[in-house]
Unconditional design. Sequence first.
Length: 120
Amino acid sequence: MKRGLLLLALIGSTAAAVQDIRWNEAGVHAQSLELAPGKFAEVCGPLKAGQSVAWSFEADGALNFNIHYHEGEKVTYPARENGISQRKGELKVELDQGYCWMWSNKGAQPVKLKLELQRR
């Protein structure tokens, strides 16, 4: 019984790190969160070829960051940088695909993160 509860707790904590992009009426997804040491946060959603997404984030500590999508077992990274606390850019969508923005905290302290995606 204890093993099952532990498994559910682990699944719950992992699932909470991956969230769907939720666009508001203006086509914006914005949120603030805190990444514990050794944890990650990921926001994902489908995009169509021809769309673009202006994105930005700032954090109070260094994070590893990437934008990626999956094609079977292959992972493609339109953007990827390590040890940064802020960036902004624009993703020009070339393929109908599910895209993910991901941040990982490899440090020893929690890091507060603010992110914004603007669909165009």
